[in-house]
Design a protein around this ligand. Structure first.
Ligand SMILES: Nc1nc2c(ncn2[C@@H]2O[C@H](COP(=O)(O)OP(=O)(O)O)[C@@H](O)[C@H]2O)c(=O)[nH]1
Ligand SMILES: [Mg+2]
Length: 398
């Protein structure tokens, strides 16, 4: 026991569930056995978005579970798996939070070891890893899943070399984290903005845990039911990566610039089409083609870069403003370059380069600070303990 009445358990186990009726009993039995054998106290919190009878099974299984069970069922699955885990954490009370999948691909026997390792290594985050010596990913369904898992791990690590140093398996869904680390991120500027599967990535990048340790494990086969990971989850993961990676304004400016460059492709393609034999005159063709480039840029900027900062303006307003800023950019560049040549005595090429840089910076600032200015409306709930809405009967009498 922790000895603190506000934290009556040594650990809170948070289990995200989406239609896992066939796994609940076995999971509770094995977590219960592992925790009790280790002499620890724990609560189990199901963060459930199921559309089948998983809820009833949890309620039934709770009656014979050696550990107290809390069921948090969400009518609206905001943020998917990651959103569910954050809401489960918000309902937990212990100093250590262990997140584990429901399908028994993560061995529950490792739960006490994760926490013990955190305590002995002085780590705030302990990750069960498939990629350290002694670990294995045998349970990945097929070669395709092995490839996707390996490629996304490599991409993620290359994007966050600092935050993920010492982490071989940032895509793991099985880990233990100290409450203080989660609280730090939840009260930070951006809060937690989980999206889909990769909740560990979100926590590691936003919580910046003081020390990270890893414990090897063998990723097993699913006990019952089917995987919910889909191509759509993969796309969600890429969007999540962009959001996390562009938390810093310099990174946002770089991505904004890259998106701008990519806009030359539709721009030039349309120009080529319009400007062909019997086509439009060069000037109107150029103006129309430029709008295609702007539309392309808008779609990427709006859906990738500022996905979480666009809710305070209507889409039509965002599109028209974005197009106006983009067209003003063309109009402003020429006189600015002329001024630099006249007053600064520069040659046309450096003058044009400077005018492009100045206009780009102005455009980025307008878009970043004004069009998509940060509002505080989309923050995830802060992980403070709140009364569980479905406290289930505790047969242990606690
Ligand atoms: N609450 C909640 N849990 C989810 C959601 N999607 C998946 N899960 C759970 O997350 C865990 C991992 O999902 P799974 O389908 O096994 O992914 P895989 O191991 O990558 O194939 C399981 O316990 C699922 O029930 C979701 O949208 N909401
Ligand atoms: Mg699974």
């Amino acid at each position: 026991m922790t000895g603190d009445p506000a934290q009556p358990f040594d650990l809170s186990v948070v289990v995200p569930t989406f239609n896992e009726a066939g796994n609940i009993r076995e999971l509770l039995r094995r977590i219960g056995a592992a925790v009790t054998t280790a002499g620890l106290t724990a609560e189990v919190i199901f963060a459930d978005d199921s559309t089948d009878h998983t809820c009833q099974v949890v309620e039934d299984a709770a009656r014979s579970s050696p550990l107290p069970v809390v069921l948090h069922h969400r009518a609206v699955a905001t943020g998917g798996l990651g959103g569910a885990v954050v809401e489960g954490i918000a309902r937990s009370t212990a100093p250590w939070i262990v997140v584990i999948d429901a399908d028994l691909q993560h061995p529950p026997e490792l739960v006490p070891e994760l926490v013990a390792r955190g305590a002995s290594a002085g780590a705030e985050l302990v990750v069960a890893s498939r990629y350290v010596a002694g670990g294995s990913r045998a349970g990945l369904a097929d070669g395709y899943r092995v490839l996707v898992s390996g490629a996304s791990t490599a991409l993620t690590k290359s994007l966050f070399p600092q935050a993920l140093r010492g982490l071989t398996d940032p895509m793991s869904g099985f880990f233990a984290i100290r409450r203080e680390a989660v609280d730090r991120a939840a009260t930070g500027e951006a809060g937690l903005q989980p999206l889909g599967y990769k909740i560990l990535l979100e926590l590691a990048v936003r919580c910046r845990p003081r020390r990270i340790a890893e414990v090897p494990y063998a990723f097993g086969e699913r006990h019952a039911g089917e995987s919910k990971s889909t191509v759509r989850e993969g796309l969600r993961f890429l969007r999540h990566l962009v959001t996390l990676r562009t938390a810093d304004p310099r990174a946002r400016a770089a991505v904004f610039g890259l998106i701008g460059l990519s806009g030359f492709v539709p721009n030039l393609a349309l120009l080529w089409l319009l400007d062909g034999p019997g086509g439009l005159h060069y000037a109107p063709a150029e103006i129309i083609a430029n709008q295609a480039g702007l539309l392309w840029n808008f779609v990427l900027v709006d859906s990738l870069l500022y996905r979480l900062r666009r809710s305070h303006r209507r889409r039509s307003v965002r599109l028209l403003t974005f197009a106006a800023v983009g067209n003003a950019d063309l109009v402003a560049r020429l006189p600015l370059a002329a001024l630099i040549i006249a007053w600064g005595g520069l040659a046309p090429v450096p003058a044009t380069a400077i005018s492009m840089a100045v206009v780009f910076a102005g455009r980025f600032l307008l878009v970043d600070r004004w069009l998509y200015r940060r509002t505080r409306t989309r923050r995830a709930p802060a992980p403070v303990p709140v009364p569980a809405e479905t406290p289930l009967p505790d047969p242990a009498g606690g």
